[in-house]
Design a protein around this ligand. Structure first.
Ligand code: GLC
Length: 797
């Protein structure tokens, strides 16, 4: 089936409407306020957590379960004859009329009709309170009065998600539930909160510090909180005994598997519509006043509408920071809505809480976070600021960093990946380019191992750590246990191998930081970095140039990877694109290596991370060679490097090539056959299987990927060419020749720039002739007073 058979975009692309429930995979959305977060699938599946999906998980997700996507946030409607169904299709799948799921940036809405009853459920989380709201509207379509039973259901974890997965039979002994009959609120918590990751009995002597509440605005006629009692023996969510018999048992537990099931009777006269609210929230343990206040508030429909309006308003504001109009609709949809929603999601959920990232092992990464913040930065400077300070807190005084950390325990791991500290210059320079706030360099931040220093000091030590502790005698960075590519994990473990990509990335950081330090008046350090740039760039062009492209690295045993002398993994995309992005490649080499990458890595669905894929297991390279050819880092169309290829081509002025890559990898285009593509058509997946595997075109690991932010910034900053510099906004597009015109409106340092680009030349290259408010202009766009609006015309001639 084609994409149109499954779904379509509405509201100019802001809303993705799915019109049949049996999608090739659960097509999900994220709702949340950054603290309470929920993943919601198109059929009501998904889970909820508070701040950290490992340590503070509220509801369960059964990984690898059959049927998939269980459990979820479920509603059951039971009619007068005892027949029951789920208005979200799952978990009682049957033919429903008028099924539709709408995913939008701030909410998900699922509607359907059955037996003369129309029901729509809107799931969202208010910005102010940590409570998930299900706003249910139920309508009697028929001409006779109806008496329905309504049951709302969730399955609880109450604490540590990983322990729940591996040790639930023991962990459940600490669950307790309570029914507050006066307020009609179900409460649940756990008396033991395991927090250490390793298998150890030396656990902290503590209870989970949260309490969950589950309530509805309807009068509750019966409840259950013991899962087995509600579901019944040898049954599942598809046929819970509580719903089948219409009798919930009022079960409470002091040990056992906990759930929340609230049953209400609902009478509807002909054509009547009723609205009610289901609430699933979390408060600090024991804070019953907060529970009472939140439940009281959201039992009022007006407050629910106001909270929804507030969420919508925030998303308007967030999305409006930058808007584009191009001749290509899929680009517009991604750039105006979904790539931005996705970057908010990667910022918030890191590589942690997904359907494909279990949320149990990795926490937040320094590397990923430093990239993810480039999305929210354009709309919400404070979001970026918080994230940068968080990253810097996890840096040691010698400049090295933890690789990742868990938001609640703050514990992390120092893995020694050679790229990790080097993402700090990207985060800081991007922040200052956007805000112009040079004083940010003076902010004080603690080191992970004690003491504190300025942001400037954190910045230079992140570079100095590599320069003065992690370089080979040949002036190339040591590979270590991996770099950006986690699967090249045995190239340099013995401390000899060298990473060419890190060398290029280091050069990018040196150039960027030298520029920044010079502006801050630190000429001496800037000159030191200039000199290092020359040294490393020299080493790269002498040692890493392979004749037609740059190699990817040198191994501990002296061998090379990504070279014409290899039969597998001959060329790596990143080593070419970053030779361009870092500026180390002389112009002829830059063009040639990108051309070779195009020829050797290109497929009709986008460029591969490397080519050809490894077919021989090589313990001197590592995990990449253990993946099947064509998937993951072994030769898939990995969208993150694909985004850097877009960037590099646009930097070279090759707008057509840049857009070709951008367009090929745009999920809306890629998912034209969803039965092959499978993942959500509105967000990037980590990778798409390449032509080296029989499942060519199948995507995997949707949502949590750094490619979202890089695809977004590469298209906006370099194809459309509207990008921040320290002195102001630059307009220097690299448009595809097919585009006659494009428009970008961008908030920047308090002003609004309305930029119309006219592509008179319609060929690569050309110069941008600028006018601002009708007057010719050169250089960065002028700064203005708050809310000042500039009308900019940019003609490419
Ligand atoms: C995954 C990781 C990311 C890494 C990439 C390449 O996407 O989340 O940190 O850089 O794989 O290995």
């Amino acid at each position: 089936m084609r994409l149109e058979d499954y779904a379509e975009f509405e509201d100019g692309g802001r809303v993705f409407r799915i019109r049949r429930p049996d999608t090739p995979a659960p097509w999900i959305n994220y709702i949340g306020n950054g603290r309470l977060m929920g993943l919601v699938s198109n059929v009501g599946g998904g889970y909820t957590y508070w701040v950290c999906p490992r340590d503070s998980r509220i509801t369960r997700h059964r990984y690898n379960s059959l049927p998939w996507d269980r459990p979820g946030r479920y509603l059951y409607i039971r009619n007068e004859q005892g027949e029951y169904w789920s208005p979200t299709w799952q978990p009682v799948p049957m033919d429903l009329e008028g099924y539709a799921c709408r995913h939008a940036p701030g909410w998900t809405d699922i509607e359907s009709a059955h037996d003369g009853i129309h029901c729509s459920v809107r799931y969202f989380v208010p910005r102010e309170h940590d409570v998930e709201l299900w706003r249910v509207r139920i309508r009697n379509l028929g001409g006779r009065p109806r008496k329905l039973g309504i049951t709302a259901y969730v399955e609880f974890v109450l604490g540590h998600g990983l322990v729940d997965l591996i040790n639930q039979p023991n962990d459940q002994h600490f669950n307790t539930t309570e029914w507050d009959s006066e307020s009609q609120i179900l409460l649940a918590t756990k008396n033991y909160w395991v927090q250490y990751r390793s298998a150890t009995v030396a656990q902290p002597n503590q209870a989970w510090d949260r309490e969950v509440f589950f309530a509805t605005s309807l009068l509750v006629s019966a409840f259950d909180s013991h899962k087995e009692t509600f579901i019944g023996r040898w049954r599942s969510e598809s046929n819970p005994v509580g719903v089948e018999t219409g009798r919930l048992a009022g079960s409470l537990i002091t040990a056992g598997d906990a759930c929340g099931a609230l049953q209400s009777d609902l009478e509807l006269s002909p054509d009547e519509t009723r609205e009610f609210i289901v609430m699933l929230g979390v408060v600090p343990k024991g804070d019953r006043d907060a529970v009472a206040e939140i439940v009281r508030a959201y039992r009022q429909p007006d407050n629910v509408s106001a909270a929804l309006g507030d969420v919508e308003g925030w998303w308007d504001w967030y999305l409006d920071a930058v808007k584009v109009e191009t001749p290509d609709t899929p680009s517009n949809i991604m750039l105006n809505y979904w790539a931005k929603k996705q970057t908010w999601t990667t910022y918030t959920a890191a590589r942690s809480a997904g359907y494909y990232h279990g949320g149990l092992l990795f926490g937040s990464g320094v590397r990923d976070s430093a990239q993810d913040l480039l999305g929210p930065l354009m709309a919400d400077r404070a979001m970026a600021e918080v994230k940068i300070l968080n990253i810097l807190r996890h840096q040691f005084a010698d400049g090295s960093t933890l690789h990742n950390w868990f938001p609640l325990t703050d514990e992390g791991e120092k893995t020694g990946h050679s790229d990790t500290p080097l993402w700090i210059p990207l985060a800081i320079s991007s922040y200052i380019r956007e805000t112009g706030d040079m004083e940010y360099l003076d902010r004080r931040v603690k080191w992970q191992d004690g003491g504190e220093d300025s942001v400037r000091e954190h910045l230079v030590r992140s570079i100095d750590y590599t320069l003065y502790h992690k370089m080979s005698p040949r002036h190339l960075p040591l590979f270590g246990p991996g770099d950006w590519n986690d699967t090249l994990d045995y190239v340099g473990r013995k401390g000899v191998g060298e990473s060419i990509w890190v060398a290029e990335f280091l050069c990018w950081g040196l150039r960027e930081t030298a520029d920044l330090l010079r502006r801050a008046g630190d000429e001496e350090k800037a000159a030191e970095y200039d000199a290092w740039y020359g040294t490393v760039a020299g080493a790269l062009n002498t040692l890493a140039w392979d004749g037609e492209w740059y190699v990817r690295g040198f191994r501990d045993d002296g061998g090379v990877i990504g070279s014409r002398t290899n039969t597998e993994g001959r060329i790596f995309l990143n080593a070419q694109s970053w030779a361009v992005i870092s500026g180390i490649a002389p112009p002829d080499r830059a063009e040639l290596c990108m051309q070779r990458a195009y020829e050797m890595c290109g497929t009709e669905r986008g460029p591969k991370i490397l080519s050809p894929a490894y077919r021989t297991l090589d313990p001197g390279i590592g995990l990449a060679t253990r993946c099947v050819p064509g998937k993951k880092e072994n030769g898939a169309i990995f969208n993150h490097p694909a985004a850097w290829a877009v960037l590099a081509e646009a930097m070279l002025g090759n707008g057509d090539r840049a857009f070709e890559y951008y367009s090929q990898t745009n999920p809306i285009n890629k998912a034209s056959d969803p039965d092959i593509y499978q993942m959500e058509p509105y967000v990037y997946s980590e990778y798409v299987t390449s032509d080296e595997h029989p499942t060519f075109g199948q995507a995997s690991h949707s949502w949590l990927t750094g490619s979202a932010v890089w695809m977004y910034r590469a298209a906006l900053d370099w194809i459309l060419g509207v990008r921040p510099d320290y002195d102001g906004l630059v307009v220097s597009p690299s448009l595809p020749s097919a585009w006659a015109e494009a428009r970008v409106t961008r908030r920047f340092r308090g002003c609004l720039y309305d930029i119309r680009i006219i592509n008179t030349r319609r060929a690569p290259g050309g110069v941008a002739r600028l006018s601002v408010n009708g007057t010719c202009h050169e250089g960065t766009l002028p700064a203005g007073s708050p809310d000042e609006r500039f009308s900019v015309e940019c003609e490419i001639v």
